[in-house]
Ligand binder design. Structure first.
Ligand code: FAD
Length: 486
């Protein structure tokens, strides 16, 4: 199997290839994945056309209210390096060393993500990142056509039909093959599903999100620790905040859509009223009262809370599963269009970026495009499923476990075992965030490790009397050495 983490070298002379006609691609969507794929292939001599329904965000500015900033991890950075985009992107980022947990009683605890500052994640503004990628793609020769909304596709004649949100204009454009990088609501996916069964199903989480903002302090600086991802875990719901390079934080409130009846065991302790939900907190004034009660330290820092709650959209969260990502040699899906996931591992974009490298790699190596698409799907689909599952599991961890004693003891033991067996034991979060190990491998090894931690901490309040020799033996028996690339 080709190495998914590095692309073959640029062809020295595109004219030397007699398959010039074949090296064309029409990408739908100039978001994060579409722009990166365009850059990767244009840099390697391909003719790339990208059709984007919105206007050029470099001229119009970025639309607020839609996951303004994102956590970039090693996988995403590795993909950016393949397009020489990492340096330009990193100029816009803020380092996040760990989770800063805000407990109900007001005390704080920084839980580091990795061993040291070489194992961190980075907060980046979606709009700024997208701009960098669009610039790089265009500089490499990709043509980006804004205000082109894919409406329908005739796969027999290989003609795609586009509309323009500003007018009644429609355009018909011939293509050799289409790549759907048009996000979770993909129009290309819908067009493909009309001619072929994709095995599509969506599972909605039953929880949604709303974005708010902590502005800079009076000195223009960050009002809370800048180099952390802040979490306010509250059982069935939570807030998080990621820093932006201009001194603000984007706060995201995650809440159930519907109220749990009073007295539900899962609901917050000692509550007699219905647990908070988007059903019960419906306007800015109610949101302020809720924040004052449950997130008082955050509430003080969000002066526009009422306004933002009333005006920012409520985003839905769900997981999209498909059994097939491509239609022979005519179309293929990547990123959210193929496998949208809940955002709790901060990996949707990182996974989409890995898709771009993998697809480019298969296209550059295979003679036949249908083979390239099939190879891409075979490599990436199991990994997408794995990170989708881990993202769902991470919601429980973030909102309910990070302040739990059993979890903290298991975490401490995990860190100690990782120090004792760096070649075998790597916390799952680290495998996902700091290595290029396939997600499916991270999931499987993570399950084995979790089982081991549960067994070794059962009935304990500390690690004081732990039999370390027995623990070491268990690690060696159950966890084969990590592959070298980790
Ligand atoms: C609240 C939230 C927080 C998140 N946090 C993180 C995080 O911390 N880290 C992380 O890695 N991921 C995160 N994600 C996930 C991440 O946002 C997505 O995985 C990523 O944006 C997927 O990129 P994409 O290019 O596939 O889709 P998108 O970024 O959605 O881009 C799709 C593009 O296609 C265009 N388009 C749509 N329809 C059409 C059409 N018919 N014709 C032409 N163009 C069209 C759109 O305008 C857009 O430009 C988060 C998501 C959410 C909702």
């Amino acid at each position: 199997m080709p190495d998914p983490t590095s692309l073959p070298p640029d062809p020295a002379d595109a004219a030397a290839h007699d398959d010039g006609d074949r090296r064309q691609l029409t990408i739908i969507g100039a978001g994060l994945a579409g722009a990166l794929l365009a850059a990767l292939l244009a840099q390697r001599g391909w003719q790339i056309d990208v059709y984007e329904k919105r206007g050029d965000l470099r001229e119009l500015g970025y639309e607020r209210g839609r996951s303004i900033n994102l956590a970039l991890a090693e996988r995403g950075r590795h993909a950016l390096r393949q397009a020489d985009a990492d340096d330009a992107v990193m100029e816009q980022t803020v380092m996040m060393r760990g989770r800063m947990v805000h407990f109900v009683d007001g005390h704080l605890d920084l839980q580091r993500y990795g061993r040291d500052d070489s194992e961190v994640i980075w907060s980046v503004h979606r709009g700024e990142l997208n701009e960098v990628l669009l610039d790089i793609a265009e500089r490499a020769g990709a043509r980006i056509h804004f205000h082109h909304r894919l409406d329908s596709v005739d796969f027999d004649t290989r003609v795609a039909h586009f509309g323009d949100d500003r007018s009644e204009d429609v355009r018909a454009i011939s293509f050799q093959c289409l790549v759907g990088a048009d996000g979770a609501g993909s129009s290309l996916r819908q067009a493909m599903a009309r001619v072929s069964e994709l095995g599509e199903r969506s599972e909605f989480l039953g929880h949604s999100y709303k974005e708010l903002e902590i502005p800079p302090g009076s000195d223009g600086g960050f009002q809370i620790e800048a180099n952390a991802l802040h979490i306010w875990p509250r059982g069935r719901y939570m807030c998080i905040a990621l820093p932006n390079d201009e001194g603000t934080f984007t706060v995201t409130l995650f809440l159930p859509n519907h109220a749990e009846p009073a007295g539900n065991a899962e609901a917050s302790p000692a509550r007699t009223e219905a647990a908070p939900s988007f059903d019960t907190i419906t306007d800015g004034a109610q949101a302020r009262a809720f924040f004052d009660r449950d997130f008082p330290d955050a509430s003080r820092l969000i002066p526009e809370l009422e306004h933002d709650f009333d005006h920012n959209p409520t985003g839905m969260l769900g997981t999209l599963y498909l059994d097939r990502w491509h239609l022979d040699d005519r179309a293929v899906l990547i990123g959210d269009a193929a496998h949208a996931m809940v955002p709790f591992h901060g990996q949707g974009m990182n996974c989409a970026f890995e898709d771009c490298v993998a697809l480019a790699d298969h296209l550059l190596r295979a003679d036949d495009r249908a083979d390239a698409f099939a190879g891409f799907q075979a490599e990436r689909l199991p990994n997408a499923r794995a990170i989708q599952q881990m993202a769902l599991e991470n919601y429980l961890e973030m909102r309910d476990h990070v302040d739990d004693d059993d979890y903290l003891l298991q975490r401490e033991l995990g860190n100690r075992l990782a120090k004792r067996h760096p070649d075998r034991f790597l916390p799952r979060y680290s495998m996902v965030s700091f290595t290029h190990l396939p997600y499916a491998v991270a999931l499987e090894r993570g399950d084995t490790q979790h089982q081991l931690l549960v067994e070794l901490t059962q009935g304990r309040e500390s690690l004081d009397a732990l039999d370390w020799a027995a623990a070491d033996a268990l690690v060696e028996a159950r966890l084969p050495p990590l592959p070298q690339e980790a």
